[in-house]
Design a protein around this ligand. Structure first.
Ligand code: DQA
Length: 152
């Protein structure tokens, strides 16, 4: 069974208690459990990693690229958190492991928030983007990834 990697960046370990008016009350553990169930329904296993460190996220993307080449990993669903708006290095990492599909997810509608959240360094390298559906966006991205793979 090929795997999907659910990757979460900085501060997303605080889901559930962090600004619940913006990000909701669901914890990261609950998000991961829901995503695991969604992935398994679609015939994939789910691996989940959260890190507050840019380099650890880059390493995870590189490893995902190797595993995608080996046929072990179908793709990545990635919420880069605030690194979305700052990280040329994440853009380079995702660009450097193509054709690994990386779907970018944001819980909140970043375009309806502060202007510094309007630009994403990640989006030009992403296979698709899900923004503003709350934590449901993660499952929507998994569904979209599965459809993309079936269609290919
Ligand atoms: C976020 C949006 C980012 O702007 C913010 O820094 C986050 C979460 C989201 O999921 O809405 O940490 O990626």
């Amino acid at each position: 069974m090929p795997a999907i990697l659910l990757l979460n960046g900085p501060n997303l370990n605080l889901l559930g208690t962090r600004e619940p008016g913006v990000y909701g009350a669901t914890t990261l553990a609950d998000v991961e459990a829901r995503c695991r169930a969604a992935a398994e329904r679609l015939g994939f296993s789910l691996e989940a990693l959260q890190s507050n460190h840019e380099g650890a996220l880059i390493d995870a993307i590189h490893q995902a690229g190797v595993r995608h080449r080996n046929g072990e990993l179908a793709g990545v669903v990635f919420n880069p958190g605030a690194f979305t708006h700052t990280s040329v290095a994440l853009f380079d990492a995702i660009s450097g492991v193509k054709p690994l599909p990386v779907f970018e997810v944001h819980i909140s509608n970043v375009h309806a928030r502060e202007s510094f959240r309007h630009h994403s360094y990640v989006s030009p390298a992403a296979a698709g983007i899900v923004v503003g559906f709350g934590v449901d966006g993660y499952e929507l991205a998994i569904e979209g990834l599965a459809r993309r793979i079936r269609a290919a």
